[in-house]
Design a protein. Structure first.
Length: 421
């Protein structure tokens, strides 16, 4: 029985069938995107094993939310410092070597996190997290810039939506399995799974083939000229400028979310590594639902994508604030789910906006600049939020983060929410 017959005979809802058929069609007809998707699914699965284990080990060794913030700071700070300067290399050279090399280096580093458990040394968490951040600086921009080389403009929203749907589903599986493995076998096994996932990713990226000219390297453009062109595009392109400024604004507050989840699971709900895993499962379900909504109700409608992007920031603000006001797990879980549905809308549309508004030859630089500026303020957020949680408590900090998300949504809709004349 072929795939189409199975779908026709299933009891899936009509919406679910349509979304699944769109995804299967893209994966079946586009070999390069299929391999890139398999690479992403594998590495993300391992990343969630790492996420749960890293949070558990950090809080176990330090018993400090501030320490959790500083571990995240170490992991992301290199992207802030190196990101804008790495962007020109992404556009000037073939992207596949960057992707493969990054995966192989991260495989070694992920396994090295096991030393923190064996030696009971928290400093290893900081050092290896920083090295993981350095090795991953080129990966995100290179992958995002490679996507338009594999799929048509009309398929970009579907491809990004499929990526987000897969991320949500992988998060559900990875966080659940990671929580169980961390609680039963131990965090070391989680780090081993993460290392193996990077090897899997590198293998599938090696199987991808796409056409790219090597960009400005072949046109004789110098590195400094290439770097300047990326900054000028970000400055003068209205959409790119807005996306980067919103990223900076949300990053200033959003880093608190990544500290909040482990703290809620470990110290508020008192559920340990399993609790952290359960919360990440709920997180993934929400992202998956949001991505489904993008594919089903946005699709190729650019105008609708613009509106949904702004509105999602508003609803994210409301539910994030509500999440931080509850100490009962059931209510907190519900607010987390609804908040992450909004995030599941934002994530694919954020990438889509850049891919559809920026020239392909400078996309790598804009993605790198967006990621580094967003990450830069998030570093400050990691440090300040960990301290703020200890001093002011979760409810007050949650209201501040919600207000920042609200500001992002209002700003976007004020600029782009009006119908074009």
């Amino acid at each position: 029985m072929d795939t189409g017959t199975i779908l026709e005979s299933s009891k899936l809802p009509i919406v679910g069938k349509r979304i699944l058929m769109q995804g299967i069609h893209l994966l079946r007809t586009n070999r390069n995107y299929r391999n890139l998707w398999l690479a992403s699914v594998g590495s993300q699965l391992g990343n969630w094993f790492n996420e749960v284990a890293l949070a558990q080990v950090t809080l176990t060794l330090t018993d400090s939310p501030a320490a959790m913030g500083f571990v995240l700071l170490c992991r992301s700070l290199p992207a802030v410092i190196l990101g804008p300067f790495a962007g020109p290399f992404v556009d000037r050279f073939p992207k596949k070597p960057f992707l493969v090399a990054t995966d192989l280096v991260r495989a070694v580093l992920a396994f090295a996190l096991s030393l923190s458990v064996w030696l009971h040394a928290s400093w290893i968490l900081y050092v290896v997290s920083a090295l993981l951040g350095i090795s991953g600086t080129l990966f995100g921009p290179a992958r995002s810039a490679a996507m338009p080389l594999m799929v048509s403009r009309d398929e970009l929203a579907t491809a990004n939506g499929l990526d987000s749907q897969s991320s949500g589903l992988v998060q559900i599986i990875g966080a659940a399995c990671g929580g169980i493995v961390a609680a039963t076998v131990g965090p070391i096994m989680c780090f081993i799974v993460n290392a193996a996932s990077y090897v899997w990713s590198a293998w599938h990226i090696l199987r991808c083939h796409w056409d790219e000219t090597g960009g400005e390297r072949r046109n004789g453009t110098t590195y400094l000229q290439s770097l300047k062109a990326g900054f000028e595009e970000a400055l003068h392109n209205r959409v790119a400028r807005a996306i980067i400024l919103i990223g900076i604004s949300w990053g200033l507050a959003g880093g608190g979310y990544y500290i909040l989840i482990p703290v809620l699971g470990q110290q508020v709900y008192h559920m340990g590594g399993l609790g952290i895993g359960v919360l990440y499962v709920i997180d993934g379900i929400g992202v998956l639902m949001g991505a489904y909504a993008v594919n089903q109700f946005v699709g190729k409608n650019h105008r609708r994508a613009v509106i949904w992007y702004g509105v999602a920031y508003l609803t994210q603000a409301l539910f994030f604030t509500a999440l931080t006001q509850f100490t009962v797990f059931a209510w907190g879980a519900l607010m987390l789910l609804l908040m992450r549905v909004s995030s599941g809308v934002i994530i694919p549309l954020d990438t889509y906006m850049v891919q559809t508004s920026i020239r392909p030859d400078v996309q790598g630089r804009v993605f790198a600049l967006h990621g580094s500026t967003y990450g830069g303020v998030m570093q400050l957020s990691y440090a300040l939020t960990g301290l703020a949680l200890a001093r002011f408590g979760i409810p007050v900090v949650g209201m501040a983060i919600g207000a920042m998300s609200m500001l992002c949504g209002v700003s976007w809709l004020a600029q782009f929410g009006r119908p074009c004349r």
